[in-house]
Write a protein that binds this ligand. Sequence first.
Ligand code: PLP
Length: 421
Amino acid sequence: MKSEELFKESKKFLPGGVNSPVRAYKPYPFFAEYAKGSKIVDVDGKSYLDYCLAYGPMVLGHANPDVMAEVIAQLKKGSAYGVPTENEIELAKLVVKKVPCAEMVRFVNSGTEATMSAIRLARAATGKKKIIKFEGAYHGAHDYVLVKSGSGAAGLPDSPGVPDETTKNTILIPFNNEDAIVDIIKTEGESIAAIIVEPIMGNIGIIPPKDKYLEFLRDITVENGIILIFDEVITGFRISEGGAQEYFGVTPDLVTFGKILGGGFPIGAISGKKELMEMLAPSGNVYQAGTFNGNPISITAGLATLKQLNESFYSSMNTKGDILRKGIQDILDVHNLDYQVAGLSSMFQIYFTESEVWNYEDAKTADTEKFNTFFQTLLNKGIFIPPSQFECCFLSKMHDDTDIQNTLDIIGEAIKTIKDI
Ligand SMILES: Cc1ncc(COP(=O)(O)O)c(C=O)c1O
């Protein structure tokens, strides 16, 4: 098996054999040869129906012809300039048009950079140091937020190398719990610059906000002069044109993006109210910079992607998601299993637990051994989902009815293999 050999070789040169921890599942990850539409094909020639979709960006499926054509045309004109391009304005205009809180945009290179800069901006704007983050939320791999994180880090101790001095200003709160916020604001409200929240938690499985919870966050932040940051690196351009803020009708002060915004190429962005955004250098003095910020390839791919996302696109994605989740639920019901089918729109996950999942502690009751067997069975049968209970699965435009029916058939078989664990 070529993937197995490549992984052995890879471990000699890349720590753990991969360049991002969640990719290293046992016994070895498959190595990609190419991907097209809803499928990804490995170096051994095996094809998988892809519900990982590069952890979210490939909402149009892999190698979308329009995106590829625009990118190839741009590549011929050069791949990085270090000076501005007109397309940066075009993409910013599109973001402003689609996203309720967006008045200006700063393009960066990853979701990690976006949340780091958004937090710096919130601290500068308020003159305060502390931030509230939710247990199990993942906002990237930088020090301010690497405390009880979700994603591949779920269940691991916080990372060595992150100084206490940095994280002492990060207050951890359980998601969907109003009292916890009220209590902390009573004692520490004066020093809190921002609340950063994934409006739908997507790095600890999928946890939706309880009814009116986001409204509650909006109200309490306004009352206390705290900046509300929605981290929409996953939900942005995925669950509606305007992301979770449009979907739930709650407008934050700042938003961070990544993934879909780059149309399959590296990107991140910070956006929000003009008075805040203009504090960024060079119009203001809050430092933010990057050699590849606004990279013409990522911007071109993002523009070609966002242009294809409209109301009818989201309505069809929602329908597909509903059919898949309902189908999974029916299978679990037949087997009389108490698992939770989570997700909305084109996001889904199964928690192998009988308790409802509303926060990190609930999610951690999931049986990861069962999940791992489920994952391996799906993989053997040609379905690729992210290899962790604490990630989420995605649909793309290219997943058709046949794909979904095949998936349900295979899930039906896979469930039998884990029933007695
Ligand atoms: C909600 C959220 N924020 C931030 C990030 C970090 O983005 P990136 O991996 O592009 O640095 C991620 C990555 O998965 C994410 O899901």
